[in-house]
Design a protein around this ligand. Structure first.
Ligand code: PHE
Length: 356
């Protein structure tokens, strides 16, 4: 091993420091910075080597050069720390400028939903009756045979049960009967309301109903009904007609024609159906999908509450009379908005729903 001279050592420390500083100035990333640290200050780094070599020198030279060497080392360590800080800061501000949030940009509009057309028409219809003094009540969609049929003067085995294609709930009581069903109409609420209140009664009952039914443009297996019930002293058929005519006028305007015809429902006597003239064809087009050529569309059944229904809930039939009606709101919406197929309501096609 050659003996290092004090002069050459001092010179190489200086040169090395100079060279290291210049290199350091050009470095822009942390990885190269670490390479740099290893090559000068690492255990086998060039500065470390020089410092180690000083041990060969005599004491006085060692002291001088040692100080020089440490100074150089401290300088480089300091500059390394400074450079590390700079590079990190640069990286950070680059990151922020790339993903910067511009708070002055307008926000993305949140999609706003709307009420389903059935909900809208149910609200419109009930509003008309509320304005006439009716209140709104709701009942269960899973109902007892007792309320859906029995209390409405439709005993078991009665042929009138065939008027409602019923979805029975798969449950049997101790007698092996199936007493529960998806309500086929909102009429069971007639008995439920009267059982718990005394006349005067004026209610409308909007709600979902279910039938075991083949679907077509005017039939769905689930649909809404709005039941109406008014019971008081001295209520006559004229009250029923007046109320329903007024309803049709408020909802459809003066020009729409209304027709009552005799109809049969076991819980009313006399019973009627109320129709409205067809919006789709100018009266009686045999190919019309809506009225099938009749020129009329039935929108509700109605009638005077049967005395058996009144006595069933303990009302005095000598004192009280009443009328009831059941409206199909989807049919009303079809009329109002010219919709030609009831199935549109429940297929969830946004192109349809967004029109309302
Ligand atoms: N509930 C009957 C139906 O579903 C409609 C109706 C209600 C008729 C009230 C008369 C009185 O067909």
């Amino acid at each position: 091993m050659t003996q290092p001279s004090a002069q050459s050592s001092a010179q190489s420390i200086e040169e090395l420091t100079h060279q290291a500083s210049e290199e350091l100035d050009r470095i822009t990333d942390l990885e190269s910075l670490d390479q740099w640290r290893i090559s000068y200050l690492g255990r086998r780094g060039s500065l470390t080597n020089i410092l180690r070599g000083l041990s060969q020198l005599d004491l006085e030279q060692r002291r001088q050069l040692g100080a020089l060497g440490n100074q150089a080392k401290n300088l480089l360590v300091e500059r390394l720390a400074e450079k590390t800080r700079q590079i990190k800061q640069a990286q950070q501000s680059e990151y922020f400028s790339r993903d910067r949030i511009d708070v002055t940009l307008p926000g993305r509009p949140a999609p706003i939903g709307r009420l389903h057309p059935t909900t809208q028409i149910v609200k419109e219809i009930t509003d008309v009756f509320v304005a006439m003094g009716f209140s709104i009540v709701e009942g269960p969609e899973v109902e007892w045979d007792h309320y859906n049929f029995e209390m409405l003067n439709i005993p078991e085995g009665h042929p009138a049960r065939d008027m409602w294609n019923t979805l029975w709930i798969d449950y049997r009581d101790e007698q092996g009967q199936q007493p529960m069903l998806l309500r086929t109409h909102t009429s069971p609420m007639q008995a439920r309301v009267m059982e718990s209140t005394q006349p005067p009664v004026r209610v409308v009952v909007p709600g979902k109903c279910y039938r075991y039914e083949a679907t077509d443009p005017t039939h769905e297996w689930h649909f809404y009904q709005i039941e109406g019930l008014a019971v008081d002293e001295g209520i006559t058929f004229a009250n029923l007609k007046g109320t329903l005519f007024e309803f049709a006028r408020r909802l459809f305007g003066e020009e729409r024609k209304v027709r009552f015809r005799c109809d049969y429902f076991p819980f009313v006597e006399p019973g009627v159906d109320m129709s409205i003239d067809c919006f789709s064809c100018p009266g009686g087009d045999a190919n019309c999908r809506i009225c099938r050529g009749s020129g009329w569309i039935e929108i509700m059944g109605a009638g005077m509450v049967h005395p058996r229904v009144l006595s069933g809930v303990g009302y005095d039939t000598e004192k009280y009379t009443g009328f009831a009606f059941g409206i199909g709101p989807e049919r009303v919406a079809m009329l109002k908005y010219g919709i030609d197929d009831i199935r549109h309501f429940y297929t969830n096609d946004l192109r349809f729903l967004r029109q309302f």
